[in-house]
Design a protein around this ligand. Structure first.
Ligand code: SF4
Length: 360
């Protein structure tokens, strides 16, 4: 009698969009172009360029030096400001130390900085919703420190010092959970009915879209795997949103942190996604490894097709022209990655769009 073998099979639901956003792609590209433009020259980056340990380690291997204080950058050297932005004080320090500062701040973070400056000038007090130790919040706070108070949660509201409840605006960190931010905003509106909202949401398109994909897909899955580093705010938020809709989620830096005990039958439906700073090759490694272990198939789920482009910073353009390179054609464009069987372990059997009612 033939021996019957048990062949479990997972279904991997790959979320689109996932992974790199245009701001992260721009910041990484800026550092890479500087490394290429000035071989052998020291290149410094103030803070992690993006919150992902693999991205940072790959640049460290290429000789890039990451510093937490500009005192560690010798005068006359190039320093790149990370995607999260810096306060005016840091920009002044760089100038005073005669550094060549290249600002890789995401334009969507700069938007919040500009709102902060504008409303502070108009006499508003700013309630900045976010995590007070996060570099982005530190940078935005620094634009108008006398006018700004950070609100992490509704529990902070009784301790706010409000001069005039009619001259209040809230702004937010770009990578918050839209659920959590809504809760804080509702509490602020209840406490200060005249509080003003920013002209458009400060939570960026990439954060919103990746979170929305989890809200749509996770309920159909047994488990969610989010690729991203521990200090990546938007990656951690994805696991929280999955837990909110009732599906257990695990954040991993890479395939080495996958625990096969998360897939006890080997027949699970697994949502695979990534935070905005996580490289796609790490997602592919996980897909390939799960399919090699359990067999199965990939279902590519399109929630939004992102096609966003940012230009490169003006200082970098000047440096490029100085090296005889025309930066005119250089834009940073992010679109969905190509899935190959060699990289992912299979090509998608199905490509399905979200129900149209869920699209914005
Ligand atoms: Fe910019 Fe949003 Fe990406 Fe942050 S997550 S770098 S704000 S696009």
């Amino acid at each position: 009698m033939p021996v019957r073998h048990y062949h479990p099979e997972v279904k991997i639901v790959l979320a689109n969009p996932r992974g790199f956003c245009a701001g992260v792609r721009m910041a990484i590209d800026v550092v890479q172009q500087i490394v290429d433009l000035f071989p052998g020259k020291d290149v410094y980056v103030y803070h992690e360029i993006v919150h992902n340990k693999h991205v940072v380690n790959r640049f460290v291997d290429a000789g890039v030096k990451f510093v937490e204080s500009l005192d560690r950058v010798p005068p006359g050297n190039i320093v790149v400001f990370s995607a999260h932005g810096v306060s005016p004080e840091v920009r002044r320090t760089a100038e005073a130390r005669d550094l060549i500062a290249i600002d890789a701040t995401c334009p969507l973070v700069t938007k919040v900085h500009n709102e902060s400056i504008r409303y502070a000038r108009q006499g508003y007090q700013i309630l900045l919703i976010g995590h007070k130790d996060h570099q982005e919040v530190v940078g935005t706070f620094g634009e108008a420190p006398e006018a700004t108070q950070v609100v992490e949660a509704p529990r902070d509201i009784p301790y706010l010092h409000i001069r005039d409840p009619a001259k209040l605006i809230y702004l937010t960190q770009t990578t918050l959970s839209t659920d959590d931010a809504a809760m804080v905003i509702d509490a602020l509106k209840a406490a200060f009915p005249l509080i003003k909202a920013p002209p458009s949401s400060d939570i960026c398109y990439a954060t919103t879209n990746r979170q929305h994909a989890v809200r749509v897909i996770a309920p159909e899955c047994d488990v969610v795997v989010v690729v991203g580093s521990r200090n990546s705010s938007n990656s951690v938020r994805l696991t929280e949103i999955s837990a909110n809709v009732g599906t257990p989620a695990y954040r991993v830096d890479d395939v080495s942190e996958i625990d096969f005990a998360w897939f006890p039958t080997g027949q699970e439906t697994v949502m695979l996604t990534a935070g905005a700073s996580a490289p796609e090759d790490l997602v592919a490694d996980i897909s390939r490894t799960l399919l090699a272990r359990f067999g199965g198939a990939i279902d590519l789920r399109d929630i939004f097709d992102e096609d966003v482009e940012f230009g490169i910073p003006g200082t970098l353009k000047r440096l490029m022209r100085g090296q005889g390179i025309d930066p005119a054609e250089r834009v940073i464009r992010v679109s969905a990655p190509t899935i190959t069987a060699a990289a992912y372990g299979a090509v998608p059997l199905t490509v399905s769009a979200a129900p149209s009612t869920l699209l914005p």
